[in-house]
Ligand binder design. Structure first.
Ligand code: NAD
Length: 428
């Protein structure tokens, strides 16, 4: 029997259907929210350095904008699909609603591998993406941001193209810009720190001191590195991290039982979050197969790389020691994996809540661009902590009062707020 390919949009829709039942949503709301309101698929032609032309496929999906302009990152990834982008756009709608910021859900992507492209070619991908849909996006319509394998530099090229087309300075068009060019201090730390603010709250609730805990992390990119930094500052020890190894085309896990050293690993990591295997071995790290990160006897697992990593098969390998799963990545747990964790009584901090620090600070970036006044780092991080802590409290309150799994509580808050905005606008 052939194994059916994982489809993240089907997963997002099945999660939505379950919550729609719990909320007893009316038919119109179900039909509207189950699919994106708008989506674009377009060609992104690039004149390559060798004189040839390559045409990449670009996607932009606006899932729902009843609460405000759509908001969501743009990925450059060789395995990007329209369904993948649809799922991520839907999750953005719920996420913005969970942290209660006035934005809707969107997402974008280009099917390409930046590892194989020069910076000039990447600039062409970024600019030509914007050229295809310059009127469909914008500061009051749909606001992109960086995501997997896109950076502040890509955002600035996109902004420059957008402003050139429109003949105006419109810094609120895109977030994740470089600091000093309309970017917010704290944006690069935001998602990883937000993950740890929620872990801190979960540990408080479980009565476990942070400095007596250990964690294992999948990924060593933006989210993972800042999560490791703040978690270590709280006294926790990360004993294992895993990442993709571009040259070998497999992932590896790097383990040091007394705790990995963040700065040391950062010194041997490329800009895509790939750790140099040989150098890590030289520094005394054990190098294990990529999925060994979830077999570690730790208190906390932080998936911060890709979707569908904790699934029906891999969940069996998670040791009993694991008390908390903090979803730094979007959709890292499949419904089967989730059911197994729920049955085991693992405290789940769902992606909608856990990694919402990124979009919250993107919203702060927009606010600062609009008022043309930029806050100090401490100011941004304090506001972020306040937002994340109160969103955590709201979700755990609903979970406690209605005896719900944390993921269901987060979904119910998110879906209910979006449905309510659609009703109030008279859409349904
Ligand atoms: P990134 O590109 O900076 O890092 C991705 C990391 O994942 C890299 O270390 C890479 O080596 C690793 N990786 C890739 N494939 C892997 C595999 N098969 N096994 C193990 N590791 C693998 O990306 P990021 O910005 O850190 O984002 C990570 C996740 O968090 C994504 O799901 C993204 O959608 C989500 N997220 C990011 C933000 C943000 O602000 N950056 C916000 C919300 C959610």
């Amino acid at each position: 029997m052939t194994k059916r390919a994982y489809n993240s949009f089907e997963m997002a829709q099945s999660q939505f259907d379950r919550i729609a039942d719990k909320l007893d949503l009316e038919r119109g709301a179900r039909e509207l929210l189950r699919d994106p309101v708008r989506e674009y698929s377009f060609a992104v032609p690039v004149h390559m350095d060798d004189g040839s032309v390559r045409v990449f496929r670009g996607y932009r999906v606006q899932h729902n904008d009843a609460r405000g302009p759509s908001k969501g990152g743009i990925r450059f990834h060789p395995h990007e699909t329209m369904d993948g982008v649809r799922a991520l756009a839907m999750w953005m709608s719920w996420k913005c609603a969970v942290v209660d910021i006035p934005l809707g859900g969107g997402k974008g992507g280009v099917v390409c591998d930046p590892h194989d492209l020069s910076m000039r070619e990447q600039e062409q991908v970024a600019r030509n993406y914007v050229r295809q849909i310059p009127r469909e996006m914008g500061p009051v319509r749909d606001v992109p941001a960086p995501d997997v394998m896109t950076s502040p530099q890509h955002m600035l090229w996109m902004l420059d193209e957008f402003e050139t087309i429109h003949g105006q300075k419109l810094p609120g068009f895109i977030t994740g810009k470089p600091v000093g060019m309309g970017g917010s201090l704290g944006r690069k730390e935001a998602t990883g720190y937000g993950v740890v603010y929620t872990i801190r709250e979960a540990l408080k609730q479980l009565g476990i001191p942070a400095d007596q805990t250990t964690a294992s992390v999948q990924g060593f990119g933006n989210v993972a590195q800042y999560a490791i930094q703040l978690y270590t500052d709280l006294g926790g020890a990360v004993t294992c991290v895993s990442c993709w190894h571009q040259k070998d085309q497999v992932s590896y896990a790097f383990r040091r039982k007394e705790g990995v050293h963040l700065g040391e690993l950062q010194g041997i990591t490329d800009r895509y979050g790939g750790i140099d295997k040989e150098k890590a071995q030289g520094l005394g790290y054990e190098v294990l197969p990529g999925d060994a990160w979830l077999e570690q006897e730790v208190d906390i697992l932080i998936p911060a790389a890709l979707e569908n990593q904790i699934n029906a098969e891999t969940v069996q390998r998670i040791p009993e020691t694991v008390k908390i799963v903090a979803e730094g990545a979007n959709g890292p747990t499949s419904p089967e994996g989730d059911r197994a964790l729920h049955e085991r009584g693992v405290f789940m901090i769902p992606d909608l809540l856990c990694n919402a620090g990124g979009v919250t600070t993107s919203y702060f970036e927009q606010v600062q661009c609009n008022i043309n006044y930029f806050w100090e780092l401490e100011d941004v991080l304090n506001r972020l902590d306040t937002k994340m802590t109160s969103a955590f409290a709201a979700v755990s309150d609903v979970a406690a009062k209605q005896d719900l799994y944390m993921r269901d509580a987060a979904y119910m808050i998110g879906v209910d707020r979006v449905a309510q905005a659609c009703r109030e606008r008279g859409w349904i």
